[in-house]
Ligand binder design. Structure first.
Ligand code: 1HN
Length: 347
């Protein structure tokens, strides 16, 4: 007898689903539309964290636990739509880290890539692959996959920075490894500034050749220089959707500094309002200077210095700068571009 394609009673279908369930089988037709949505759907929500609130709790955490005991003293910025999952978007992690004077966050390495954006305080250093970098406000510092890194604070004030990691991506791929280092703090093998001098001044060592997939040899992108470049280009014509916006690169390849995370720096002149825009890369923003308002899917989020906000994939937003504003941001754009998935819409 031919198989009937006329609608079957709900109960008969349910009974069928129950019978195949013990065999670890389940019908596609019940989930197809949500598996392959017409446009991106994510449980992540738009949200803003006021720095002053997080800072106060971080300082309280400073009395509760040492950096060494915690390994990293961090308050995770958890997306309200993804609670309990240690992520700020479906693909990325964010946290604010505190290191007090005299403390060391011990050396380790892992396959997850990390970025830091220094937010408040001076006098701390981070050491990457045997080279220390002094952390100054606004500096963008990276720890490529499987590079040893430790942090220390030789100064006399608390230092706080934003951490961004690709933890959910590595988790999805089940490719996470980590190990401790032989020493608590790496013994420097190169002087401060060595990598930047060799690889970050529009020159490369004469015999240095790079493969497109090589990680960057530049670990620090000083804010002082980035800020100067923004100032220079801000005399010219602005982009109606972005104001004046740069992407950070590996200077040897022109690609993103790390394969999984793209990072950006933009300036919006006082009073500037961007035209509505959306893209498939959920993006985390940190306000380095100025203040303003992000309107995300029609809802307003007022931001000031050091506040962090997140815009989920395909959410339409515009940015309104109350005063001259500098925003740092990061996303999974390089992953999406490599896979041919990235889309944007300029409205
Ligand atoms: C990590 O290694 C750091 O090195 C910060 O500062 C946050 C979150 C999860 C896993 C490793 C750091 C981290 C982390």
């Amino acid at each position: 007898m031919p198989i009937s394609i006329t609608p079957t009673g709900d109960n008969i279908r349910k009974e069928f689903y129950q019978r195949i369930d013990p065999e670890n089988l389940t019908p596609l037709w019940e989930v197809l539309a949500s598996l392959v949505p017409e446009s991106p759907t994510t449980s992540a929500k738009a949200h803003l964290w006021e720095f002053s609130t997080v800072r106060d709790y971080l300082m309280e955490a400073g009395d509760l636990i040492t950096a060494e005991e915690a390994e990293r003293r961090v308050l995770i910025l958890e997306n309200p739509g993804l609670r309990g999952q240690s992520q700020i978007t479906q693909s990325l992690y964010a946290g604010l880290q505190l290191i007090l004077p005299g403390e060391i966050a011990p050396a380790h390495r892992h396959t997850q890539s990390a970025l830091r954006l220094v937010v408040s305080g001076e006098g701390a250093y981070t050491a990457v692959d045997g080279e220390r970098t002094i952390m100054r406000r606004g500096d963008f510092i990276i720890t490529p996959a499987w590079t040893y890194h430790d942090h220390g604070n030789d100064g006399d004030e608390p230092v706080i920075w934003l951490d961004g990691l690709d933890i959910p991506i590595v988790e999805m791929l089940a490719a996470g490894f980590r190990e401790g280092a032989p020493e608590k703090a790496q013994i420097p093998t190169r002087p401060i500034g060595d990598s930047l001098a060799r690889f970050g001044t529009n020159m490369l060592p004469v015999d240095f050749e790079v493969e497109p997939s090589d990680p960057t040899r530049v670990f620090v992108y000083p804010y002082e220089e980035a800020r100067r470049s923004l100032e220079k280009i801000a005399c010219g014509e602005s982009d109606v959707h972005h104001g004046f916006k740069f992407r950070y690169i590996n200077p040897a390849t022109g690609r993103s500094p790390m394969p999984t995370i793209g990072a950006f720096l933009q300036m919006l002149p006082s009073g500037f309002v961007t035209r509505p825009y959306r893209s498939t890369d959920s993006t985390i923003f940190l306000c380095l200077e100025g203040s303003g308002r992000a309107t995300i899917e029609g809802k307003d989020y007022e931001f000031g210095e050091n506040d962090v906000f997140v815009i989920p994939s395909w959410n339409t937003f515009k940015l309104h700068a109350e005063t001259e504003t500098v925003l740092f941001s990061y996303s999974d754009r390089p992953v999406q571009k490599a896979l041919g998935l990235w889309r944007e819409q300029r409205l």
